[in-house]
Design a binder for this molecule. Structure first.
Ligand code: MLT
Length: 247
């Protein structure tokens, strides 16, 4: 297995696809997707464009759908939900499809949607993602961070590092053997430094600070936890993620 980390969709190669692509948006799209599917949501369907989301979701029975729209960290007017995983209770989401568009996270998923296997990872479901990789042993794996409008983000890189660190621990591969690019080594270093204070790191991250200004303290706490959800969001048709429970 060779692992590559790309910090943003813009930095991700366009001339090839990996055997497995993992989109990461710790704050907060992939944390929300994992939470919805763990709470019994039927599926999560992602859109970069809000108008397209509305058009497609209109064709779905209203009692079976929820619409979530986020821009700049805030809920888009007229949508039932923004992008807080804490709003996605079992009571609200069970049996329903979440149609979601966010500033960066849904773009990262769309960037790799042609790959044969597409997963959504966050810190909260890191172990389930690692378990899938150990079982399937894909030859090439890309972790694509969402970043913020084209820029590097600490929270997505630390999650990439958490996945890589766990793979090194659970395989016979050394860090050098696993790493397909330098970003993997630096992601592992970031995780190694912050693994005991991930909440502290999210507080330093620029998007963490943006969310704190929007009073989203509890979201940061929730998203900083590791391995609390045994759920694997996996793409079943282009743009549609469903849950595959980790064994
Ligand atoms: C994004 O897609 O940029 C984020 O998920 C923003 C957010 O925190 O809602």
């Amino acid at each position: 297995m060779k692992l590559f980390v790309y910090h943003t969709p813009e930095l991700t190669p366009t001339d090839k696809v990996p055997d497995c692509a993992i989109a990461v948006d710790v704050l907060r799209a992939t944390s929300t997707i994992a939470t919805v599917l763990a709470a019994g949501g039927e599926a999560v369907q992602v859109f970069s464009d809000l108008a397209q989301l509305i058009e497609v979701s209109e064709k779905w029975p209203s009692e079976k759908r929820l619409r979530a729209g986020e821009r700049g960290g805030a809920k888009v007017t007229g949508f039932e939900l923004g992008n807080s995983p804490l709003d996605c209770t079992q009571e609200l989401v069970a049996g329903r499809r979440l149609f979601i568009s966010t500033t960066n996270g849904t773009r990262a998923l769309q960037r790799v949607q042609e790959s044969p296997a597409v997963l959504a990872a966050a810190l909260i479901n890191r172990a389930a993602v690692v378990q899938y990789l150990l079982e399937k042993q894909p030859e090439t794996v890309w972790i694509v961070g969402s970043g913020w409008e084209g820029s590097f983000s600490l929270e997505d890189t630390v999650c990439a590092g958490a996945i890589a660190h766990s793979l090194v621990k659970q395989t016979k591969l050394s860090q050098e053997e696993l790493a397909g690019n330098d970003e993997v080594i630096s992601a592992i270093a970031l995780f190694s430094q912050w693994q005991r204070d991930l909440l502290g790191l999210l507080h330093q991250a620029s998007h963490g600070q943006r969310l704190l200004r929007l009073e989203c303290h509890e979201d940061l706490k929730y998203c900083s936890q590791t391995d609390i959800l045994d759920v694997l969001p996996i793409q079943r048709e282009i743009g549609v993620l469903k849950s595959q429970r980790a064994k």
